[in-house]
Design a protein around this ligand. Structure first.
Ligand SMILES: NC(=O)c1ccc[n+]([C@@H]2O[C@H](COP(=O)([O-])OP(=O)(O)OC[C@H]3O[C@@H](n4cnc5c(N)ncnc54)[C@H](O)[C@@H]3O)[C@@H](O)[C@H]2O)c1
Length: 238
């Protein structure tokens, strides 16, 4: 399996869960040091671990990543593009570069990675993308992020139509999950978000990893083009 954003809060839980079931792992992230640190712990498992420094905003980096993964393992059975950024800025103050960077990493980066991977996907492969509640509802001060995630939902559906029946393509759409990405959000608006969350707590990264593993597994063999909400009820009630 190949996961990007592997050194992040959710990516590392996805990596650990798959490592626990003996999977070979390709771990990709912009942060090479964090990636190496993560890999040290995971190399005790039965599967092999390849780490690749990767910039989701650079198509050549996606090409290198796919080429290294295929060189090592021959193909890709599970692809999880989880790398993402979540900067805060009002549209009125946003520069073109700020808009482009978020779209480039969160949406274009997913396109280029999947595009370069398609010739190497194993029969029966699964892709699990990352959307967000913001992609369904919009997000004040994160319009670029929300737009990128709405794009992921449409990309997921379109790919499911193009890549079936051999490959399933789904997305997970997290609410507020306790990772470095939402540290500021939780500090600023955590109480308001919780008051609109029926399960009355934020999510843990392992609760997203479990859904990624489900969508990638045979248990989800008749699910494709779907975006699965995992938000403690916030999307419904908030
Ligand atoms: N945490 C949440 O509440 C939440 C909610 C909705 C969606 N998501 C989505 O889940 C995914 C994982 O988020 P997370 O919470 O683990 O975030 P995180 O900030 O903990 O991790 C993100 C990882 O992506 C890496 N990264 C950043 N820019 C990169 C680039 N250009 N190229 C490669 N790697 C890059 C970072 O180094 C980091 O390791 C993201 O796609 C995010 O948008 C998260």
């Amino acid at each position: 399996m190949l996961v990007t954003g592997a050194a992040g809060g959710i990516g590392r839980e996805v990596a650990a869960l798959f490592a626990g079931s003996g999977a070979d792992l390709v771990l990709a992230d912009l942060d090479a040091d964090a990636l190496e640190e993560l890999a040290v712990g995971l190399r005790n498992g039965t599967g092999r671990v390849l780490t690749v420094q990767y910039d989701g905003g650079d198509p050549r980096s996606a090409e290198r990543l796919v080429s290294e993964a295929v060189g090592e393992f021959g193909g890709i059975d599970v692809l999880v593009p989880a790398a993402g950024i979540y900067p805060e800025k009002a549209v009125a103050d946003m520069t073109d570069d700020e808009w482009q960077r978020v779209i480039s990493v969160n949406l274009n980066g997913v396109f280029t990675l999947i595009n370069r991977s398609i010739p190497h996907l194993c029969p029966g492969a699964a892709i699990v993308n990352f959307a967000s509640v913001a992609g369904h509802r919009g997000s004040r001060l994160h319009a670029h992020y929300a737009a990128s995630k709405a794009g992921i939902i449409a990309l997921t559906r379109s790919l499911a139509m193009e890549l079936g029946p051999d490959v399933r393509v789904n997305a997970v759409s997290p609410g507020t999950i306790m990772t470095p990405m939402v540290r500021d959000l939780v500090a600023d608006r955590g109480d308001a978000l919780l008051s609109n969350t029926p399960l009355a707590r934020n999510g843990e990264p392992r609760e997203i990893a479990a859904v990624v593993a489900f969508l990638a597994s045979n248990a989800a063999s008749y699910i494709t083009g779907e975006t699965l909400h995992v938000n403690g009820g916030l999307f419904m009630a908030g």
